[in-house]
Design a binder for this molecule. Sequence first.
Ligand SMILES: C[S@@+](CC[C@H](N)C(=O)[O-])C[C@H]1O[C@@H](n2cnc3c(N)ncnc32)[C@H](O)[C@@H]1O
Length: 237
Amino acid sequence: MPKPLSDSSKNRVHLFGRRKGKRLRGSLRQALEHDLPRIRIDADTIDTPCDPSQFFEPKPEKVWLEIGFGGGEHLAAQAKANPHVGFIGAEIFENGIASLLQQSAAAALKNIRILNSDAREFLPMIGDNSLDRVFLLYPDPWPKNKHAKRRFICRAALDQMARIMRPGAEFRIATDHAEYARWCLRHVPIHPAFQWVISGPQGWRQRPEDSIATRYEQKAIREGRTPMYFSFLRNAG
Ligand SMILES: C[S@@+](CC[C@H](N)C(=O)[O-])C[C@H]1O[C@@H](n2cnc3c(N)ncnc32)[C@H](O)[C@@H]1O
């Protein structure tokens, strides 16, 4: 059995969002029970600060992190297209984790590790200048003002990102939520460590060419919402 999501780790924060959905059966349950323990990063037992390349064998030259990978389609596609990069996916929703495990097994991917706990607790455990790219795709927007403090993007998270991302590393955010887009633009580019990179006035409308639409993005398009894509670079120094 995979180790349950425990409540005893070092930097415990209050978790927003659900961990379980429809009861898992068959191959999804099997994936969770048999495959997760082999590629799981156990935030409760790692020595900190950690070098995230240590989770892979052999050690990759680059490590990319996807926060809240949902069903894992984007992460699996990136891992397949970039076999020399080590991918860490952070997700709390069990059904999404099982889905990624299945895709990873089907494509025999060796370069994925999964953190099945809150990404906000993991960031402080990562050593300085360790990540080469971070994806935050369609984060929960928490649209009500009274819930704004639950949004992933905040000064504390950006300070951690600034510390753990290498100079020149890219931080990609996508959202279909206009207020969340404004929120990102009010927070990320004003952080001294990040600059917004945009190719032309409509650049925010174009999904990066090396990327695929996530499940959530496909749903947003079906329902008539407009995806927005932001790329921020970690400044040197
Ligand atoms: C709106 S969904 C988007 C999923 C996926 N990125 C997509 O575009 O299809 C947001 C996801 O982030 C996950 N999530 C939210 N907060 C998280 C956290 N602190 N750490 C890890 N995952 C988180 C949720 O469980 C959910 O699956």
